[in-house]
Design a protein around this ligand. Structure first.
Ligand SMILES: Nc1nc2c(c(=O)[nH]1)N[C@H]1C(S)=C(S)[C@@H](COP(=O)(O)O)O[C@H]1N2
Ligand SMILES: [Mo]
Length: 230
């Protein structure tokens, strides 16, 4: 396959995914809530900038399981597998060869702090999904970190355009403590839905609980509904 054919295949897979999840995505809280709870000016999705119960901080606290796995770039890999037609293993150079996007979005931690307007650079989850071509039966993903962490996300949330796998924040390579070299971000959901030190994305045919979800955190994690615990 030449480069053009490759691009065409990814575009085709992306359109297929968009078509399959468009309706479900349009029904997610961050796009449908008529009375999202919070304060401040509307963000680009029409939600108040500061969700209910959150306080803005300019610092960036660190939350982890007491362990920060340090993976050198030449050893780093990301596996994307499960309910897909084309499972892949990306090395660092493969990741950097994918379309890179810059985006600025907010980061809401369930422990009540929010960091607004973080400039990120990375790859869209949607583009990664298009590469592996999920089977028609795929509904969710489980994302795993090198530290043993896991978190589940529905595809109608994960496929939103501002869900990214990021390697750069605030104009600098993502630091180890914040999940470098690569982490996921989910601006429309509480930040625990974005795995730091991401190592594997597994497509699933049903919802399964991740690390915090098994310990009582919400499955849906919607900040403008104060949806913290299940
Ligand atoms: N691999 C991994 N990812 C993780 C966590 C973790 O402990 N391990 N903590 C989660 C939680 S609870 C939050 S609030 C954010 C915190 O990201 P930060 O430490 O960069 O602020 O990462 C999430 N992703
Ligand atoms: Mo968190």
């Amino acid at each position: 396959m030449d480069a053009n054919e490759k691009t065409d295949k990814i575009v085709e897979a992306r359109m297929k995914l968009k078509h399959r999840f468009e309706e479900k995505m349009a029904q997610t809280p961050s796009l449908t809530d008529e009375k999202p709870r919070g304060t401040g000016l509307a963000n680009r999705h029409g939600m108040p900038a500061v969700p209910v119960g959150q306080t803005v901080t300019t610092k960036w606290p660190v939350l982890d399981l007491g362990y920060k796995p340090n993976i050198p770039l030449d050893k780093w890999q990301l596996n994307i597998d499960g309910e897909v037609n084309n499972p892949i293993r990306l090395k660092w150079d493969d990741l950097m060869a994918l379309p890179q996007v810059e985006d600025t979005s907010d980061f809401h931690c369930v422990t009540t702090w929010s960091r607004l307007d973080v400039p990120w650079v990375g790859v869209r989850f949607m583009d990664i999904a298009a590469l592996v071509d999920p089977k028609g039966s795929a509904t969710h993903v489980m994302c795993y970190g090198y530290d043993g962490y896991s978190t589940n996300v529905s595809l109608e949330e994960a496929l939103k355009p501002d869900v990214l796998l990021v390697h750069t924040a605030d104009g600098k390579p993502l630091t180890l403590e914040h999940g470098g070299p690569l982490r996921m971000i989910t601006p429309q959901l509480y930040a625990w839905k974005g795995s730091k030190w991401i190592k594997r994305i597994e497509f699933l045919t049903k919802n399964q609980l991740g690390f915090w979800e098994e310990r009582g955190y919400s499955n849906t994690a919607y900040p403008w509904r104060n949806d913290r615990y299940s």
